[in-house]
Design a protein around this ligand. Sequence first.
Ligand SMILES: [Zn+2]
Length: 95
Amino acid sequence: MNRTQIIDMPENIDGVTNVHDLHVWTITSGFDSLSCHLLVEDDKEEQEVLQKVINIILEKHKIEHTTIQIEKAYLEHTEFKVKKMVAPFVFIVGD
Ligand SMILES: [Zn+2]
């Protein structure tokens, strides 16, 4: 798995403003899991964007198990302000 690919991937998706708290890890050999927070543009349908992202993760990165939290800018969570966000990071454990 390519680290840079994972980090760059979400920025190319229409409707996605920001991805943060991105983690990828291997549970058992050949079974990768991904979790992240997705900031979706206010005027976009979040479920459509979510399905697009899930499909891209599956097709490009062969990760079938995803846990993705959807956020919109007007409902930012407090402890992780998007405006203060640095680049998304990836945490890989295992082979
Ligand atoms: Zn978040």
